[in-house]
Design a protein around this ligand. Structure first.
Ligand SMILES: Nc1nc(=O)c2c([nH]1)NC[C@@H]1CN(c3ccc(C(=O)N[C@@H](CCC(=O)O)C(=O)O)cc3)C=[N+]21
Length: 282
């Protein structure tokens, strides 16, 4: 079975659009984009389009890539203080000279739609989240839509990033899975992954998860978005996941494609987080 991000994200957005029709306030999301990274530009425009679809106002603040950490914090402070702004998202990655931790901590936790502020991360790991990070939340919603319960299952998360791997493990644990987190220093990665009922690949290495690593009937969630050069494509690149879809789909009971999988869920959950935070503030 293919876990279809288009179908599930559309359902999530439709559900939200209805709730927003009844909501007393116009929602507003501010997105900060520093520099001119082509992939970032394209993600930001998908976010704007998605806001428009459900009736959320969005504002993109494009800043020069030479901006200082202090100047960027000043922009964030003014958005923190702006009553009409419900959510603030600083598109990552930031240029190297900017202190990312300092920036993420400058965002008011009550407007932190990514759930990247230490206050929100702490609440998440305590099992008392107000919101959950968009990509891991999107994965949980995808599983739930297809009635795949993590309870009692062995989930293996490959990747330990703060934005996907670590919070993904926290959500699966909260949903009563037994969770293993693997990473670049894990000996015998294949053996660990082969034990998994649910595999979450979030490493950023094109097609590194092959069929020989997957247990018969496992559920495979591919979070990877890798742009690889492809002169035969008019765009000059093709997007592939961390999973070798062609071979793994022959053995998995359920699998997400890339594109058309988790990425679309990430955007849908961003809209939901904007709504959830706005509701907490009214
Ligand atoms: N502060 C912050 N928050 C983020 O949520 C965040 C970020 N920074 N930096 C970059 C990553 C990446 N990300 C994606 C969003 C949508 C798709 C998406 O829509 N993918 C589609 C289309 C892929 C394409 O064609 O480019 C798909 O998978 O089908 C992918 C990836 C959000 N991120």
């Amino acid at each position: 079975m293919i876990l279809d991000g288009k179908v599930v994200a559309a359902a999530r957005k439709q559900e939200l659009r209805k709730l927003l029709e009844e909501f007393p306030k116009q929602l507003h999301l501010a997105v900060i984009l520093v520099g001119n990274h082509p992939a970032s530009r394209s993600y930001v425009s998908s976010k704007e389009k998605a806001c428009h679809e459900v009736g959320i106002d969005s504002q993109v603040i494009s800043l020069d890539e030479n901006i200082t950490t202090e100047e960027l914090k000043e922009v964030i402070r003014s958005l923190n203080a702006d009553e009409k702004v419900d959510g603030i998202l600083v598109q990552l990655p930031l240029p190297n000279h900017i202190n990312e931790q300092e920036i993420l901590q400058a965002i008011d936790p009550s407007k932190d739609v990514d759930c990247f502020h230490p206050y929100n991360v702490g609440r998440l790991f305590l099992g008392q989240p107000i919101i959950q990070p968009c990509t891991p939340k999107g994965v949980m919603e995808m599983l739930s839509y297809y009635n795949i319960s993590p309870a009692g299952k062995h989930a293996v998360v490959i990747g330990r990033s703060n934005i996907v791997g670590k919070p993904m493990a926290a959500l699966l644990l909260q949903a009563n899975a037994t969770v293993t987190i693997c990473h670049s220093r894990t000996p015998n990665l294949s053996e660990e992954v082969k034990r998994a009922d649910i595999v979450i690949a979030a490493v950023g290495r094109p097609k590194m998860i092959g069929r020989e690593m997957i247990k018969d009937g496992a559920v495979v969630i591919d979070v990877g978005i890798n742009r690889i050069e492809d002169p035969s494509n008019p765009k000059g690149y093709t997007i592939v996941g961390d999973v070798d879809f062609e071979s793994v789909s022959q053995i998995a009971s359920a699998i997400t494609p890339v594109p058309g999988g988790v990425g679309l869920m990430t955007v849908a959950e961003l809209l939901w987080n904007t709504y959830t935070l706005a509701r907490c503030r009214v």
